[in-house]
Design a protein around this ligand. Sequence first.
Ligand SMILES: *Cc1c(COP(=O)(O)O)cnc(C)c1O
Length: 434
Amino acid sequence: MNISSSISLFERAQKTIPGGVNSPVRAFKSVGGTPLFISKAKGAYLYDADDNRYIDYIASWGPMILGHAYEEVVKAIQRQALSSTSYGAPTKLEIEMAELIVSMVPNVELIRMVSSGTEACMSAIRLARGYTGKNKIIKFEGCYHGHADSFLVKAGSGVATLNIQTVPGVTAGVANDTLTCAYNDLAAAEQLVAENKDQIAAIIVEPVAGNMGCILPQPGFLEGLRRICDQENIVFIFDEVMTGFRLSAGGAQEKLNVKADLVTYGKVIGGGMPVGAFGGSKEIMQHIAPLGNVYQAGTLSGNPIAMIAGYTTLGILKGNPHIYKELEEKTIYLRDNLHRVFIASKIPFVINQFGSMISVHFSDHAVNDFASAASAKNELFKKYFHAMLDRGIYLPPSAFESWFLNNALTKEDLDRTIEATKESLSEISGDQVQ
Ligand SMILES: *Cc1c(COP(=O)(O)O)cnc(C)c1O
């Protein structure tokens, strides 16, 4: 494949942009090679600067659940743009967006819009601290809640991909208020709470983890955390930035039937525009300014272009529940056939899948937490990634990321992906023999 335009764009980008990218995982650092510069996308396909076509399994890390350049969404954005791109004053559209979200997701009475998942999670823990009058939070190793200081402790996603142990610039004071234990280890969480009696403001969790590959909550894990939070007056925060509006119209809360006190959203909620949100009961949310004194604000929060993209996307998802069924069927078809192809290759593997999230770890043991994800053979992932890319399949450039299916994918696309995996694995086995 000729990627000469991407190669020269990457060289040029590095002169004025740190590492040539505006978000680290895009740089392909852990898999090596040149990141592709994308010029356009439509449906399930991305086109790079040399006009090569790729089947997209990133979907902008989740948001493009309907496929790229979905006509209704694009038209709504175009219409709104003619009435100006920002006012910095309230709009009816924001009410409609809030009402739509409240009608879709459980346990959210009030919702505040922000511009990223990071902001949503950062604001949610500030609110939990303000509400409870306590300082510490518990997060799980390998979970990623954005790049706010409090969360850059044993974080997943790019922090794990780049293998950064401690992030310079995060003060010890802040880091010490973030306690961590292994995902799916309920006993360890219970012990942290006991050791820090009356000091824990919040437990924040990805209900299905997607930032160390895709990792499922084991039965009883989330329910156990819910019980601990009830007993100890701790705010239970579901970080649904990935799972919200993806696993179902009501997100992980609905799909897994576990109630959260606060929920954070991002990714799908903006339909491809920069949007995040956090919400919960009136009881807690009324502490946010201007109702309460927990200050939180944003010049471009509720931006009309962002709102119309999100509102249109969520409206389509709400009105067409079959989309979730189709997405899940496609993902299961992909999983089962990848399974078949991997078995035949004799290369050790683990495929974790939930709804339209799926990932492959090159491991001979179950992958249930960060330690088991990190001990997989990521050298093999790197080879697999490049072999797939050469065949026009665009996977996340890290084993610590989930793949996200979009509903524009056809059976032919999935079959091509399975065939490409078969070829890639035989290429990898060939390498191993040499
Ligand atoms: C992506 C992500 C975030 C951060 O969202 P940004 O919009 O990148 O700031 C937070 N939490 C989870 C679970 C995520 O996947």
